[in-house]
Design a protein around this ligand. Structure first.
Ligand SMILES: *Cc1c(COP(=O)(O)O)cnc(C)c1O
Length: 376
């Protein structure tokens, strides 16, 4: 098999016989001509499939080493599709710090259809075992977690879930298939907010589900795309495909910069703690080393002081933009607790960083100044 970088560049190729275009054309056409005998060609109507979406799905499936993938209009549309494969009476087990949007979906959209859930700390495998119920159909993982960077042992959770007859989902948005391939660690379903590292430029909202096997479940996702209609446009798929080509080099460079930033923060007198799985004293360090190629480009740190101090620091950076989201070429800083709002368990002094592609020394200089100005 070719190397990841090579596959990222070439796995989404579209052959343009007419002109030999090197960059893939964007097929905006919503409908496709049938064969003279009335049969259908590869595509028939753009909600069902279209060349740009198919190219993206093939490429992401290839990078995750899954058999098939299904693109949706956002990361949450992808998680919604996963939940839509369940039935009334089914139960989902989730980590206590799962992405907040998934919990909102379960509460606001699915509770009334009789789908229940419970949440435990997935770093404690005993709790995971005990929390599985006879009707648990999905065990949902997210590693590293947001924004506490907790690490879940994906292989161990997959074994527990499979013993109980449940499938395992992994939200691999933060790690990307460049750093972690959950399907190779026993998970059945991977999903991404492609809005983040796959798109990589803060300009496309998208989600994608990848399956280990092209089986009955795959047929369900095909129907959810076709009949549910929650699909991305050809242009958005084109943008995501374009982002995907540079994802391996971006993620590597950003991860290496993140290490430099962590090193700086660790020694700063105004920093209380740095949460990064690459640190030897991180509780998930050994599992991260086993299941990830690198600890990644996301990190959180706690400032000494109070929530106001943290907010002031976030508002004092110039290179880091104070904004939500992550995974793009530009670095972002975020005061998480105030975004998550009431009920958030995130410490008020926590700031989350998404390290971008700027030079790490410039990023460090920016943080250094903000950690001074923020405390004035
Ligand atoms: C952003 C994000 C989502 C939701 O994706 P959208 O594209 O915003 O709908 C889900 N999981 C994680 C880990 C995310 O960071």
């Amino acid at each position: 098999m070719q190397h990841t970088e090579t596959r990222a560049v070439h796995a989404s190729e579209i052959y343009d016989d007419q002109f030999g275009a090197v960059a893939p054309p964007i097929y905006l056409s919503t409908t496709f001509q049938r064969n003279p005998d009335g049969t259908f060609r590869e595509h028939l109507y753009s909600r069902y499939s279209n060349p740009n979406r198919t190219a993206l799905e093939h490429a992401v499936a290839n990078l995750e080493q899954g058999e098939c993938a299904f693109a949706f209009a956002s990361g949450l549309a992808a998680s919604m599709a996963i939940i839509q494969t369940l039935r009334s009476g089914d139960h989902i087990l989730l980590p206590d710090d799962v992405y907040h949007g998934v919990v909102a979906q379960l509460n606001e959209l699915f509770a009334r259809f009789g789908i229940t859930y419970s949440r435990v700390d997935f770093t404690n495998l005993e709790l995971v075992k005990q929390a599985i119920r006879p009707n648990t159909k999905l065990v949902w993982t997210e590693s590293p977690s947001n924004p506490m960077l907790k690490i879940t042992d994906l292989q161990a959770v997959a074994d527990i879930a499979h013993n109980a007859g449940a499938l395992v989902v992994c939200d691999n948005t933060w790690a990307t298939p460049i750093l972690q391939r959950p399907l190779e660690l026993g998970c059945d379903i991977v999903f991404h907010s492609a809005t983040k590292y796959i798109g990589g430029h803060s300009d496309v909202l998208q989600g994608i589900v990848v399956l280990k096997k092209q089986n009955d479940l795959a047929e369900q996702f095909t129907r959810i795309q076709m009949v549910g209609g929650n699909v991305p446009s050809p242009f958005e798929c084109w943008l995501a495909t374009r982002g995907l080509k540079t994802m391996p080099v971006r993620v590597k460079a950003q991860s290496e910069s993140a290490e430099r930033v962590v090193e700086f923060l660790l020694h700063h007198p105004k920093v209380e703690n740095v949460l990064y799985p690459g640190l030897e004293n991180h509780p998930g360090h050994n599992i991260a080393r086993k299941q990830m190629q690198h600890a990644g480009a996301m990190l959180s740190f706690l400032v000494k002081g109070n929530g106001n101090d943290a907010m002031n620091v976030a508002n004092s950076t110039k290179l880091f933009t104070h904004a939500t989201s992550l995974g793009a070429v530009e670095s972002l800083i975020e005061h998480r607790a105030s975004v998550e709002g009431a009920g958030s368990t995130t410490p008020q002094t926590l700031l989350r960083l998404s390290v971008g592609l700027e030079h790490p020394y410039d990023l460090i200089a920016d943080l250094e100044r903000a950690l001074t100005d923020g405390f004035r």
